[in-house]
Structure formats: C-alpha cells, structure tokens
Write a protein that binds this ligand. Structure first.
Ligand SMILES: Cc1cc2nc3c(=O)[nH]c(=O)nc-3n(C[C@H](O)[C@H](O)[C@H](O)COP(=O)(O)OP(=O)(O)OC[C@H]3O[C@@H](n4cnc5c(N)ncnc54)[C@H](O)[C@@H]3O)c2cc1C
Length: 335
C-alpha cells in the first residue's frame, strides 16, 4: 500500500472543499471497499478525508410517508429500521442479503452506492482492464465471464455493479442528495450509475469532490408489497449472479402497477421498464410474468460463459412476482 495522509473534516463543506481541491484525495466512509482496493493496489489516494463522523446517520420521515436516509447510516441500521421494514421491505431484504453481519455494521449508505465492481479482472492489477487502466483492454470479454453483464455492456467493459441495496433503491425511485464545491444537487438514482460506453473508468455521474449526503425514498405505497430475491453461489457472503427487486399493486387479479429492477446483469442497477410496461394492466399470472421477463431480457447479449443468466433472471423475476401476488399456475421454468 502506498503512503497516504489521513484527516477528518469538521463538516461536509470542509470535506468537499478538501477533496475537490486535490485530485488524489478520496472520501473515506466505512472503508470496506476503498481500503480493500488500496491493499490490492487498485486505488492509491494520497489523502483520505474521513467523513464517517460528519455524515448524517439518521433516518428521517419526509412529508407524505417517504424517508430521508443519511449517507452515514450503516447498512445494518437501515435494514433494521421498522419504517424501512414495513414501507419498503424489499430494501431491508436487499440489505440483509449483502455481505455479512460484520460488514453491514460498518458499511454506509453512501459507500454502498459507490462500491466498485467485483469483476475479477478489475481486481487483479496485473491483468488488462479498461475500468482500472483505460485503454488497456477488457480481459473479461475473452476471458471467464460467467459473472458478467448481459445488458448494456460495451466492447470496453462487461463488468457488473455489485450493490444489492442500489437495486432496491432503484426500484423505489430513490433520489440521491449530493453536496459539491458549487452547492447541492439531487440526482435520480437512475441517473447516478453509468453504463460503461467508452469510458468504463467512470462508474457514476458524480464529479470528483461531490459528497453524497443522503438518499431520499419517496412515499410509495406500492413498496409495502415488495421483495428482493438474490441468486448467488453461496447462501451468504456472495455477490448476486442475478437479483430482482420488485413491488406490485393488484386490482383484483390484475396488475395495477409494478416496479422492477434487476441486479447482477449490467454495469449499473437495471430498471426493468420494459417488463413494467408489459405487465401493467395484465392478469397477475405466471404467463404474464414470463412475458414481462421476456420483454426486458430480449435485449440481453450474453457472453461465452453467462448465457445462463437469461433463464436465471427470467425465473427469479417470475418467482418474485408469483410470491408477491400469490399467483398460481406454476409452469415449467425457463432453461
Ligand atoms: C467480503 C465482502 C463481501 C461483500 N458482499 C456484498 C454483497 O453481497 N452485496 C453488496 O451489496 N455488497 C457487498 N459487499 C460490499 C460492501 O457492501 C461495500 O464494501 C460497502 O457497502 C461500502 O461501504 P463503505 O461505507 O465501507 O464504503 P467505503 O469503502 O468507505 O467507500 C467506497 C467508495 O465510496 C466513496 N464514498 C464513500 N462514502 C461517500 C459519500 N458519502 N459520498 C461520496 N463518496 C463516498 C469512497 O471514496 C470510495 O470510493 C461486500 C464486501 C466485502 C468486503
């Protein structure tokens, strides 16, 4: 690990000013991703500005039933909050499916959103990776790409985004509040994470020095009937091969409204807008769920080793919607 300086800022404005003025500086929250990367030699900030004591660690009620989650709220505390568990159960489930108890006690809301890909080629500094070192090539494209993206990838990068929490927040239309050197702004979560295009080194639309201060969840009655399903190699301590966050509102046996997001399939959490459109106004049956999954996944472009993610995502979405709606009529799963 390269030597670096460490300091604590007195307030958010001071932290932002310090990091924005120094290209090699980085914010330090729980450190569970950043410090890992420093040890692996993937990132070498020359200054860490510790923001853990200045970021809000509270969850406040917003008018109408929404929540403002301070960026310093630990993943474990967010998952345990009764308002989250009752108004957005899919978010609590997503958080609890991530990492381990110890990590969730340390990991913060802001840091979780900005964790970087677990692509093994990104994490091994001796291998070519456009995300780590632009212009060197993408080893994953021709390599062992079982974990990689099936949607929205580019010739430059096929990595996936690893956060479970972000997938649920995307399904629930979360808004990220940011403080930068020029003031504050709000970003729809859907606009925070980028697809790789020809600049995979940029994970998000944040500028250097912009600090996430909070995440707002709008009042969303549909989210009270929501769930998160994660398919992975081990029952715990493993990243998603595929995941689904969904919420459904029924009118009798008809899907009146629905929210869907997928994880493990793209460089960013993936909103299932095509699936949502295909499902609204349709009967809540397995056939409709399968048609909705097809509508979303027909754009999938699998790599050599990850075509299995298409039937896996289909089945995970169908099963999640079936559980949420109590729909019967189980059909043969996709293969
Ligand atoms: C073994 C292991 C297993 C894991 N499994 C999972 C899993 O299954 N699912 C999952 O979702 N995650 C998993 N994780 C990842 C874990 O959730 C993240 O490491 C954690 O959420 C990052 O939060 P942090 O506060 O520690 O961030 P840090 O490591 O402190 O920061 C991460 C990045 O965000 C920046 N940053 C932090 N806070 C802010 C802010 N407020 N504003 C702007 N920039 C900021 C930092 O500069 C850094 O670039 C796992 C991690 C490990 C080590």
């Amino acid at each position: 690990m390269r030597p670096f300086e460490y300091e604590r800022a007195a307030d958010a404005a001071g932290a932002v000013a310090t990091v924005a003025a120094r290209p090699g500086a980085a914010f330090l929250a729980g450190g569970t991703n950043l410090v890992d990367h420093m040890k692996l030699g993937l990132e070498s900030p020359d200054l860490l500005v510790d923001v853990t004591r200045l970021l809000p660690a509270t969850i406040e009620d917003l008018d109408g039933g929404g929540l403002r989650i301070g960026a310093g709220v630990r993943n474990a505390d967010l998952a345990a909050d009764m308002r989250v568990r009752t108004r957005y159960p899919g978010l609590a489930q997503a958080l609890l499916s991530g990492a381990s108890g110890q990590l969730r006690n340390v990991a913060t809301t802001g840091g979780n959103l900005l964790q970087r890909t677990r692509c093994p080629y990104f994490r091994k500094s001796s291998l070519a990776c456009n995300k780590r070192e632009p212009g060197t090539g993408c080893s994953a494209r021709e390599g062992y790409n079982r974990d990689h993206a099936i949607l929205g990838a580019s010739e430059h990068c096929v990595a996936t985004h690893p956060s479970d929490m972000a997938v649920a927040l995307l399904a629930f239309d979360a808004v990220v509040r940011v403080q930068g050197p020029d003031g504050t702004r709000s970003i729809d979560l859907a606009d925070l994470h980028r697809l790789p295009g020809d600049a995979p080194e940029r994970d998000t639309t944040l500028a250097h020095g912009e600090l996430i201060t909070a995440v707002d969840l709008p009042a969303l009655p549909i989210a009270a009937r929501s769930a998160y399903r994660k398919v992975r190699d081990r029952a715990s301590f493993a990243f998603a091969l595929v995941s689904v966050a969904a919420a459904v509102e029924l009118d009798g046996d008809t899907v009146a409204d629905v929210r869907i997001a997928l994880g493990g399939v793209a460089h960013a959490p993936w909103r299932g807008t095509r699936a949502e459109e295909a499902l609204r106004g349709r009967p809540a049956t397995e056939a409709s769920f399968r048609a909705a999954a097809h509508a979303e996944l027909q754009a999938a472009r699998p790599l050599e080793h990850n075509a299995f993610k298409i039937p896996m995502a289909t089945n995970a979405l169908v099963a999640t919607l079936r559980d949420l709606t109590g729909a019967s009529g189980r059909e043969e799963p996709a293969r």
